[in-house]
Design a protein around this ligand. Structure first.
Ligand code: ZN
Length: 313
């Protein structure tokens, strides 16, 4: 049994996964629980409760020496990856008790190993890059169609953060004149209003009330509403393709992993929208191999780099 490990914590809108990973990147142990355990409570206790959550897990399930802890939030973060700006899917009414808090310095008071903070999709992309064996000096884009649309960009061995830390909010690029309000505020017509999980749920309620959400692509793939939805997903991918000319564009998330999802058609539609001959002719779209523990495993890959344990990654 390995004597050392790192801890990854992947906080989602619904569930939290925490796990220990050995220095070869192999999951040793993981646990899933409701996000409410972390999201509910007073802002003044938020950091302390999170620290207790981590320390209790380590005490109960981790006999190894912990070399580092990385925590992922579904949130916008500052460029130094210390302060959480906002996490609209955690907590209630787009407010969460961690908003505006310095998570790293707060947790560091309670946790003896070095603590790091990351955006959820940044860590998923770390895991994808690792699993797909991609060259990290290349420009790599990750686009994840889940409840919202998450993304992350990697260039020359690091995530691109932007000057305020919020680069890559492609879910909130204004793309449509549909007047549908987005979760981000009073704005309308963001990419998430046409190509996200919550949009798919709206389509299901409006057009296919007798079909479960999980069967939508299986049963209604050729219907106009679903074809429009796929077209809009391709628009989001092509927008970033034309903008960034990445060596690889990784596409993932719950929607893409639904049964019957037409991956081939998504690629065809995307290629039709890319400028040609370039970036279309060299466009490489890969589907994310990330499974349910990707956030934890990606957090570990991130820690290996930050703690210079990268020879083992
Ligand atoms: Zn928006």
């Amino acid at each position: 049994m390995s004597k050392e490990c790192v801890i990854g914590l992947d906080i989602g809108g619904t569930n939290v996964r925490i796990g220990s990973v050995d220095l070869n990147g192999k999951l040793i142990h993981s646990r899933i629980t409701s996000s409410k355990e972390i999201a509910d409570g007073r802002p003044e206790d938020a950091i302390k409760d999170l620290a207790v959550f981590i320390n209790t897990y380590v005490k109960e399930f981790v006999p190894q020496k912990v070399l580092g802890v990385a925590v992922a939030f579904p949130a916008t973060l500052d460029a130094k990856r210390e302060v959480l700006y906002s996490a609209t899917n955690l907590g209630e009414n787009a407010k969460c008790r961690f908003d505006g808090q310095n998570i790293v310095s707060g947790l560091q008071e309670w946790i003896s190993a070095p603590v790091f903070l990351g955006k959820d999709t940044d860590f998923i992309l770390y895991n994808d890059i690792h699993e797909l064996h991609l060259n990290t000096s290349d420009m790599i884009t990750g686009i994840y169609f889940g409840t919202g649309i998450g993304s992350s960009f990697f260039y020359q061995n690091d995530t691109i953060y932007g000057s305020d830390g919020v680069a890559g909010e492609i879910g909130h690029l204004p793309i449509s004149d549909n007047r549908r309000k987005c979760t981000c505020n009073e704005r309308q017509g963001c990419c998430e209003t046409v190509a996200s999980g919550w949009r798919l749920t709206e389509l299901q309620k409006e057009y296919f009330p007798d079909t479960s959400l999980s069967d939508l692509f299986l049963k209604h793939q050729d219907s106009p509403p679903i074809q429009t939805f796929l077209y809009d997903m391709a628009r989001v991918i092509a927008l970033t393709g034309n903008l960034l000319n990445s060596a690889y564009t990784i596409v993932g998330g719950g929607i893409v992993n639904m049964e019957g999802f037409p991956k081939k058609q998504l690629l065809t539609l995307t290629l039709q929208m890319l400028r040609h001959p370039y970036p279309r002719d060299t466009f490489r779209m890969l589907f994310s191999p990330s499974g349910q523990n990707a956030g934890v495993l990606g957090a570990a890959q991130y820690l290996f780099r930050k703690l210079e344990l990268s020879s083992k990654s």
